[in-house]
Design a protein around this ligand. Sequence first.
Ligand SMILES: NC(=O)c1ccc[n+]([C@@H]2O[C@H](COP(=O)([O-])OP(=O)(O)OC[C@H]3O[C@@H](n4cnc5c(N)ncnc54)[C@H](O)[C@@H]3O)[C@@H](O)[C@H]2O)c1
Ligand SMILES: [Zn+2]
Length: 331
Amino acid sequence: MNKAELISIDEIKKVINGDNVFVITDTNVKALYSSVFDGTRHAVIIAGEANKNLETVGRLIVEMVEKGCNRKTTVVAVGGGVVGDTAGYVAASYMRGVKWINVPTTLLAMVDSSIGGKTGVDVGGYKNVCGAFHLPVRVLICRDWLATLPDREWLCGCGEMIKHALLDEDIFKATLPVIDKLVARDMDVTAPLMEMSARYKESIVEADFKEGGLRKRLNVGHTVGHAVEKLDNFRLSHGQYVALGIVAEATMLKNELDINRYNDVIRLAHAVTTDAFPKLTSEEITEASKADKKNGSGEIVIMLPTGNDVKEIALTPDEFKEKLEACIYDL
Ligand SMILES: NC(=O)c1ccc[n+]([C@@H]2O[C@H](COP(=O)([O-])OP(=O)(O)OC[C@H]3O[C@@H](n4cnc5c(N)ncnc54)[C@H](O)[C@@H]3O)[C@@H](O)[C@H]2O)c1
Ligand SMILES: [Zn+2]
């Protein structure tokens, strides 16, 4: 897997103006950076998760055919995770697969979704159920895009960054003292943490490309996080639900953690989201967690980072509900 490269917007312009390139972006990025796309062969998808679907894929493929793309075309995704996942999947499918380059423009995409070659779209409301592993030939990072990112999307990226911090002691030690500056978008603090976060994701993906085992640890905070995200109707950003999920999962399994560690974990997560835990019952959260596609066996799995290790804890739905019930009013 090629490592992400740090490059300037001017260099990105050269790439997207290259020979036989097809650029895919979304309406927000196009509106904010329209001059970047001048003269390029490109398509624009409507921003938002709702458009990460097969209909968009079909439309993009038709557009590629009509604009003369062939087997030698390189697709370049310029956008957040939605654009990256969709364009990557288009590249995996177009004429049985063409090369692609990912140019992430959100914090989440720069430290997480652009790394690892997972591409795909949602079908029938089920997230990421149709996709392919298709590694981009290059991942081009330019932090200048982040200047226009809304705060909600910034916090979204921070949620995944603290998840990486819980999984890697060096990142944990580097993040804890400066967490408030990261959240406040101080780029002097953010830039090195982004670098560490992206390298961490690369190392996990490299060791476990197809999610045999190691990659599962990236689900920290996501068992409860995903359930609450759905039940709360996506009011907050995904990363904020991950932070809430981290709080809930660590508190449910507090007796497995050193108390100082527990307090540090909560401090990191609360810095990312000061929002109260949504008013949901433990029954509702248990039901939604059971429905998660990762819990095929009927048990609900929580990945708990303990500082030295990550424990995979499988609970029956009854055990899960009981542990959640015991702490839900304190979350
Ligand atoms: N492939 C993977 O391994 C992986 C990992 C994690 C998440 N994901 C996927 O990533 C998606 C989420 O990605 P995301 O958080 O980047 O969301 P997103 O792509 O929807 O971007 C968030 C919002 O920010 C806007 N935006 C993008 N760049 C901007 C910029 N520079 N300035 C201002 N606005 C900008 C977008 O138009 C959008 O409205 C989800 O679909 C998720 O499933 C994939
Ligand atoms: Zn996530």
